[in-house]
Design a protein around this ligand. Structure first.
Ligand code: DSN
Length: 449
């Protein structure tokens, strides 16, 4: 070591105090967010909490490296370390999901979907996907997304009465539409998805199948939800919802090297995915995220991670059962995963999802207002809320705490005074009382890392 040079350990150790000294405003905002997370209940189904090791990998000098391409075939020099990082992250992802191919470069779940779609579709090709207004995702063909602008999108919907996927109806629609791609996976669906059935339908109509398991990835890795990896041609997910860093992932199972026919040659599917990644959709991948993904995938192999995924479902089932017992309309009557969908309008006529979200937030509980299937309310008002148990479970909460949370939610939603679709009043003493109970609960279960 030359004078003036720091070891990697010394360089990285004081990153946070350097930020405090150099940019006190951002430092303060980070501190504020940390305190919000410590002192309020996070019940957003799409959120999770990564480990300190993941945070460390995100905030390391690896973020400085630029290059395009894939390990061993890059467009810049100096890639020997990041090649190893990428290979390790992909190998660990394959192990965690039991996949044959993993691409750890997508910047997000949306970009993972864009990569898969542009790999196999031409502009104007038909796609059949879960309707956006019922909890599909913009990147599955929403009209505002580039996937909706370039491909011809048909939506399938859940059954009007049961709110469940109706596979016979989807099959019938697939025969009518004859899509080149079927997309399954949703942000507002609390029941098991039958990936095998989706693949049978795709095979019958000669379509590819893409399963976006962003909401289910942790459960799938742990075996707490059936896996799609060998049923879907492409599995995509974001990595943060399962408890990793922000980012996306593409996995392929047994079909990873099926040939895709071009006029002058055949190309295996996995290579089409690589070409669509770069130069197709992205430039330089985020190597710090890749390092953090590698750290996360290693964590998912632990017994603690796997057991936690089952506990997340157990807690969600208890929350659904409690609220149902208190007279709430829980969509589909319960849940098979980490989310609970509630029609708040059926509790009190004038109550909306937006008022439920805001009044609960006033009392320290963070949830999402959510448009439910066949919802008649506008998108920023909604009839529903979506609750999720990943973070409270991550912090060690179990049945007793879920019972307390159910009671706290109930008292707020029964007592809030509704003035219009989005205006309300909440008694100050009630707000203080509930917020204090939430703080006490959070104090007993501090953020785990
Ligand atoms: N933000 C996610 C969700 O709330 O489900 C979708 O990407």
């Amino acid at each position: 070591m030359f004078p003036g040079q720091l070891s990697s350990q010394a360089f990285h150790e004081d990153i946070f105090s350097t930020l405090r000294d150099d940019d006190s405003r951002i430092y303060e905002l980070i501190t504020k967010e940390y305190e919000r997370l410590q002192n309020t209940l996070q019940l957003i189904a799409a959120e999770n909490q990564c480990s300190k090791a993941v945070l460390a990998a995100l905030g390391s000098v690896i973020q400085n490296k630029t290059t395009e391409g894939f390990p061993g075939a890059r467009y810049h020099g100096g890639c020997e370390v990041v090649d190893e990082v990428e290979r390790l992250a992909a190998a660990r992802a394959k192990e965690a999901f039991g996949a044959k191919y993993a691409n750890v470069q997508p910047h997000s779940g949306s970009q993972a979907n864009q990569i898969c779609m542009t790999a196999i579709l031409k502009a104007g090709d038909k796609v059949l996907s879960h309707g956006l207004e019922q909890g599909g995702h913009p990147s599955h063909g929403g009209s505002g997304s580039l996937t909706g602008k370039f491909f011809e999108i048909e939506s399938y919907f859940v059954d009007k009465r049961s709110f469940l996927l109706d596979y016979d109806a989807i099959r019938e629609q697939a025969f009518k539409v004859r899509p080149k791609l079927i997309v399954c996976g949703a942000s507002v669906y609390s029941r098991e998805i039958d990936f095998k059935r989706f693949r049978e339908i795709a095979d019958e109509v000669g379509a590819y199948l893409l399963a976006d398991i962003s909401h289910l990835a942790g459960l799938v890795m742990a075996g707490a939800h059936p896996s799609c990896v060998d049923y879907a041609h492409f599995t995509t997910t974001s990595t943060y919802k399962a408890g990793g860093p922000r980012g996306g992932l593409i996995l392929m199972g047994k079909d990873y090297d099926l040939p895709m026919k071009f006029s002058d040659r055949d190309m295996p599917l996995w290579k089409c995915i690589q070409a669509a990644t770069f130069p197709g959709v992205q430039g330089t991948p985020y190597f710090n995220n890749m390092a953090a993904k590698a750290v996360f995938f290693k964590e998912t192999l632990s017994d603690e991670y796997k057991a936690r995924q089952f506990k997340i479902i157990e807690n969600a089932k208890r929350l659904a059962g409690n609220l149902s017992g208190l007279g709430y309309d829980v969509l589909t009557g319960g849940t098979d995963n980490h989310m609970v969908l509630i029609n708040v309008e059926s509790l009190r006529e004038a109550l909306t999802g937006t008022i439920a979200q805001r009044s609960l937030e006033d009392c320290g509980m963070t949830v999402d207002a959510m448009l439910l299937p066949y919802d008649k309310k506008p998108v920023f008002i909604t009839s529903g809320i979506r609750l999720g148990t990943p973070i409270v479970t991550r912090n060690g909460m179990g049945g007793q705490e879920i019972d307390s949370i159910s009671e706290l939610i109930d008292v707020v939603l029964r007592e809030v005074k509704v003035k219009s679709d989005s205006e309300y009043e909440i008694d100050k003493s009630l707000r203080d009382e509930v917020s204090n109970k939430v703080k006490q609960l959070c104090g007993r279960f501090p953020m785990r890392y």
